[in-house]
Write a new protein. Structure first.
Length: 85
């Protein structure tokens, strides 16, 4: 997997960079429920490049592709379960 930097202050690999955003979409409220974090924390993590960005799906509506959020969760699971070196 290629590592890409999202923001100048963030060196987090973006596991969703090569994944098609088509398909199911999660609204911010759905992301809150899935990750069990606040709305503000979601936007903070998006700004830092830790979470995938939102995509505008309407004039006043944004969503996060399910495939991108799934990639983020898989990546975090790998980091947590990786043995120390």
């Amino acid at each position: 997997m290629e590592t890409t930097t999202v923001a100048t202050t963030c060196k987090t690999p973006v596991p969703w960079s090569d994944i098609d955003p088509a398909g199911a979409q999660y609204r911010v409220k759905d992301v809150q429920l899935l990750l069990r974090i606040s709305r503000g924390k979601i936007y903070e993590m998006i700004s830092s490049g830790e979470l995938p960005p939102l995509i505008k799906i309407g004039e006043r509506c944004s969503a996060m592709p399910k495939s991108w959020l799934d990639a983020y969760i898989r990546f975090r699971a790998e980091v947590v379960t990786r043995p120390p070196q």
